[in-house]
Design a protein around this ligand. Structure first.
Ligand code: SAH
Length: 219
């Protein structure tokens, strides 16, 4: 029998959505975005058959595309609305940026590896996600020229809360980030900027690649 093209793996994609629901993802807009964005276009060609398995996969530059459940969970916790402008730190494959682009007015995503940023930019343009602006830079410093942001998502683990990012968060804004040592236990944290200051909620244990300062020296 001829092998089905990956995008036509309807059973795999139905199980993918069912799995997210079973694990507690319930926001219809998030589930719709997870259904719409073709993850097989964001993974390396040798992993296409695993695109709808609930696992993180390696991408170029020694980085990873996050596990779908974690993408969905972080997106749900961020509470993105259609009028929002969102900053993502850690573009990687561009998958999380694509998901956010279905929910927000505009997404600015920053990556420290030029290779990853260029590939993701090209991929997002080809797929028609034209409200995403991919930048090359050090996301630890934020992207001041487009600040403030209604929502900020960091997809690499920070050892301490990046102050520059807090400064670029709008009043009432929400930031979700993995916090903890690079090699040790990390916690997904939700920060809300209110009149009384910053409120912190600890969500779930996670494992992310490290948030590193500066632009990558290699491509
Ligand atoms: N959101 C990505 C997964 C990213 S993995 C996706 O959907 O595929 C984390 C990414 O953060 C890596 O690509 C890494 O290079 C990047 N990163 C780490 N520190 C950074 C920094 N200071 N600024 C920008 N990107 C950073």
């Amino acid at each position: 029998m001829p092998k089905q093209p990956p995008g036509d793996d309807n059973v795999g994609r139905m199980q993918f959505l069912l799995g997210l629901r079973k694990r507690g993802i319930s926001d219809p807009a998030v589930l719709r975005a997870m259904d719409e964005v073709p993850r097989e276009h964001f993974v390396e060609s040798s992993f296409v058959d695993n695109a709808y398995a609930d696992q993180a996969l390696p991408i170029a530059c020694g980085q990873t595309i996050s596990q779908p459940y974690v993408v969905a969970f972080m997106t749900e916790q961020l509470g993105v609305r259609p009028e929002h402008r969102v900053l993502e730190v850690g573009t990687g494959s561009g998958y999380q940026a694509a998901i956010l682009s279905r929910l927000a007015r505009e997404v600015i995503s920053v990556e420290r590896y030029r290779t990853l940023a260029d590939t993701a930019r090209q991929r997002l343009a080809t797929l028609g996600y034209d409200n995403v602006d991919v930048r090359v830079g050090d996301g630890l410093a934020g992207i001041p020229d487009a600040a403030p942001y209604d929502r900020i998502m960091v997809t690499a683990a920070a050892e301490t809360i990046p102050e520059a990012l807090l400064g670029e968060l709008a009043d009432g804004g929400v930031m979700v980030l993995p916090l903890g040592p690079h090699a040790g236990p990390q916690e997904l944290v939700k920060l809300t900027k209110g009149e009384q200051g910053i409120k912190q909620e600890d969500l779930i244990g996670v494992r992310f690649v490290p948030l590193l300062p500066g632009m990558a020296r290699e491509l």
